[in-house]
Ligand binder design. Structure first.
Ligand SMILES: *Cc1c(COP(=O)(O)O)cnc(C)c1O
Length: 364
């Protein structure tokens, strides 16, 4: 039996093969390859999709994060609140500017526990970074309220949640800046690296636009020390193709996850929950099990691959030993790292593949 991989990016290509190939040829023949018309069109279309005033295309999701904090003026001596159980890029976006991450435990939906933010606010706190992890929108109402009360910047890491909503409002529009990744495995994926920020603030959009191109608005007239974080025309073109289909792609993933939610039944496995008022765009379908490591082995024997998102929380990674946080500092985060497991989920997943995954998990 063919192995079921945790993700299959080729399926997403073949679904719209002709459109992607036509777009590639169109861009190749245009003679313009970086920051051009495709980028401009994608920025407008994505801003409209999200309901933000501006979108600025960048080279990756990590760039979106660190450039966001840079243009907000957050750096050495400042603290930024972020959940403990995130992908390490969220934290690097903070520390690349010299700022210090202050970790908050997650809730039962794998997102930041809004009731535990206030106790972490000090006179050094400058911002909250909310990560809409696995595709589910975070509990935004209390977070927005806290940021207003303490005059904190609010940045959203939307790398896993393109199109998710909290109380009918799109994520990426709640705070000062929304940061998106279009890495190939994301729900809106390019065929290489790409990212963007969204904002309703004209000045922030302008600053990011200048920053991404060596700090210059006019060629060779540099206003600030910027970076090279430009978006390619070919990736922007591919993203325009995929964006047109994003709602139907999300619907397909939702159907698969509804099957998982209604047909998976095993008391050794806990299924993901959805918060009232939030939508989930199912970047990952993440289960929890005390028997996770045996479960992984068992599924491997059945030719079913899985991934752990993420086995080592940032505060325990080698990279962040300098923060001085030891095991036990974030018990819920650490428990999640030991028990979470992402089961196969991708666009173009066949019903037989879904059934094989369900049957294997129920038989465990
Ligand atoms: C993928 C991801 C990023 C980083 O995006 P890249 O495009 O890979 O740089 C940041 N945060 C989260 C939550 C992600 O999943």
């Amino acid at each position: 039996m063919e192995k079921i991989m945790p993700n299959r990016l080729d399926r997403g290509f073949y679904m719209y093969q002709k459109e992607f190939e036509d777009k590639a040829l169109e861009v190749l023949r245009s003679g313009w390859y970086v920051l051009g018309n495709e980028v401009k069109c994608f920025e407008n279309e994505f801003a409209e999709y999200i309901g933000a005033k501006h979108c600025v295309g960048l080279a990756s999701g990590l760039d979106a994060l660190w450039i966001a904090f840079r243009v907000l003026g957050i750096g050495a001596g400042d603290e930024v609140i972020v959940q403990g159980n995130t992908y390490i890029a969220s934290v690097m976006g903070i520390t690349m500017n010299g700022a210090t991450p202050v970790f908050v435990e997650p809730d039962e939906y794998f997102n930041i526990d809004a009731s535990k933010i206030e106790e972490k606010i000090t006179d050094k706190t400058k911002a909250v970074l909310v990560v809409h992890l696995y595709g589910q929108a975070s509990n935004m109402t209390p977070i927005v309220k806290l940021c207003k009360k303490y005059n904190l910047k609010l940045v959203e890491d939307c790398a896993q949640a393109h199109g998710a909503k909290f109380e009918e409002k799109q994520i990426g529009t709640f705070g000062d800046i929304g940061c998106f990744s279009f890495y190939p495995s994301k729900n809106l994926g390019a065929f290489g690296d790409a990212g963007a920020i969204t904002t309703n603030d004209d000045k922030i959009a302008e600053d990011v636009r200048i920053f991404r191109n060596y700090g210059s608005e006019k060629r060779y007239y540099n206003k600030v020390v910027g970076a090279n974080s430009r978006l390619d025309e070919i990736q922007a073109g591919f993203l325009r193709v995929r964006l047109k289909h994003l709602d139907e792609l999300a619907e397909e993933k939702k159907k698969i996850c509804e099957r998982y939610l209604s047909e998976l039944y095993n008391d050794k496995i806990q299924l993901p929950q959805i918060r009232k008022g939030a939508t989930h765009i199912w970047h990952q379908f993440v289960i929890k099990s005390e028997y996770r490591d045996e479960l992984i082995k068992y599924l491997e024997e059945k030719n079913i691959g899985t991934i752990i998102h993420y086995p080592i929380p940032p505060h325990l990674s080698e990279a962040y030993q300098y923060l001085g946080l030891k095991e036990g500092a974030l018990p819920i985060t650490e428990e999640y790292a030991k028990t979470v497991l992402s089961i196969p989920l991708y666009n173009g997943m066949t019903e037989e593949e879904q059934t094989r995954v369900i049957k294997a998990l129920n038989d465990f």
